[in-house]
Design a protein around this ligand. Structure first.
Ligand code: AMP
Length: 402
């Protein structure tokens, strides 16, 4: 069975075609800078060299058209007919309070998704266009929506509510939703497999640390809290997002800076100009920050330490609300690739039974592995995330009613 996973961002379309028997990638790629004078199409098939082209793609429909035609290209394509694709899985960032689990696309589902436009205006219109494009290019092939928010639907009300007047929850749906759910789900399942136990016997803290970062406290397979909130801004400090701040800073800033009276300007400040780049003045990219720290840059050092400290605080809190944990999992760009970030976060957590083996942590490897000492009560693990595979599995499960 072949499953096509499609991830439509605001100006990009990423895809992966899987053969599900062996869960292997057949082809994958990305169309970027959609709508700009020059767009880029990078793609690869298993065992072949990467191809890169500059293309003219004005919208998501054209991007999906380009991808499908390429997948079916007579000489170099990966499929002969669209009927070889059993189902298409779409990554959807925000399901709002409408969608608590993956769903097959129908007219009703599409209407429901449209209602999420206001809650996630950056992502949802792109997702919606992607769904329409797939319907046009792959007529008759079913589509499934897999939501980043779905895995967090088990969070209890006392953890997902904000202490604002209740009306805003009812009227404006203001509550914690959580993000990166597909990644937290995938790595927690892998962690359980590596520990040789089912997820429903384990308490796991997952730390997805990338450009956007979030942690989740997973008790016996169910998320009981996560660091991101109503939007992906809440929680730990990130590349260009501030994470948790005193909310009274917002009206104070608006009063003190006229240009910030515009909500869009505020959004840009908090989401694009803060975090690592805001503090260091250098970059939102952790690799640049790590290099600058080594070169003695003080603001880079401050940014690095602030980010690690904010993650450490969440780990400690989640250890508390879980009443202990079996595993701490690092994943995503920073979590998988930065030994110094992992080391800083895990330093002086031995009171919680978290003890890192520094040599193992420093070993360069892209594989799933343990980096805790033999005696560490909490197993520290690095697990490369694989959201695409998780979406493909979930799509197959919905299709076959497994
Ligand atoms: P993601 O959003 O998961 O793609 O992660 C992107 C983040 O991972 C960026 O901040 C990168 O700088 C960071 N990253 C990737 N490789 C490394 C590395 N070797 N060391 C430190 N950070 C890295």
């Amino acid at each position: 069975m072949k499953v096509l996973v499609v991830n439509c961002g605001s100006s990009s379309v990423k895809y992966t075609l899987f053969e599900m028997e062996a869960e292997k990638r057949i082809a994958w790629g990305i169309v970027e800078c959609i709508g700009l004078p020059e767009a880029y199409y990078n793609r690869q098939s298993a065992g072949a060299e990467e191809k890169k082209d500059s293309v003219k793609v004005t919208n998501h429909m054209a991007a999906v058209e380009l991808i499908i035609k390429d997948l079916m290209d007579g000489e170099t394509g990966n499929i002969k007919s669209i009927d070889e694709i059993a189902i298409v899985g779409h990554r959807i960032v925000h399901g709002g309070d409408k969608f608590s689990k993956s769903v097959l696309v129908s007219e009703e589902v599409k209407d429901g998704l449209k209602k999420c436009f206001t809650i996630a205006p950056l992502h949802t219109p792109g997702h919606y266009e992607g769904i329409l494009a797939v319907e046009k290019m792959l007529p008759g092939i079913p589509s499934v929506l897999v939501f980043d928010t779905a895995f967090h639907q088990t969070i209890p009300d006392y953890a997902y509510m904000y202490a604002l007047p209740y009306d805003y929850y009812e009227k404006d749906h203001i509550r914690k939703y959580g993000f990166h759910g597909t990644s937290h789900n995938y790595v927690s399942q892998r962690a359980a497999a590596m520990l040789g136990k089912p997820t429903n016997e384990l308490k796991i803290i997952t730390a997805h640390l990338g450009n956007g970062s979030s942690l989740a406290a997973i008790e016996y397979g169910k998320v009981i809290d996560t660091s991101m909130g109503f939007t992906p801004l809440q929680g730990v400090m990130m590349g260009s997002r501030c994470g948790d701040i005193d909310s009274a800073i917002i009206p104070y800033l608006i009063n003190a800076n006229k240009e910030l009276a515009d909500p869009e300007a505020l959004n840009v400040l908090l989401n694009k100009k803060s975090g690592l780049v805001g503090i260091s003045g250098l970059s939102a990219d952790m690799r640049t920050i790590v290099k600058a720290v080594a070169a003695g840059n003080k603001k880079a050092k401050l940014a690095f330490e602030m980010l690690c400290y904010s993650v450490k605080k969440y780990i400690s809190t989640y250890f508390g609300i879980l009443n202990g944990a079996d595993a701490l999992v690092f994943t995503a760009g920073i979590g998988e690739n930065s030994p110094s970030v992992r080391e800083h976060i895990c330093r002086n957590l031995s009171a919680l039974g978290i003890e890192m083996d520094i040599d193992k942590n420093n070993e360069p490897s892209g594989a799933e592995r343990f980096v805790s000492t033999e005696n560490s009560k909490v197993k520290i693990m690095i697990i490369p995330t694989n959201e695409e595979l998780m979406i493909a599995r979930e799509s197959k499960r919905v299709l076959t009613n497994e």
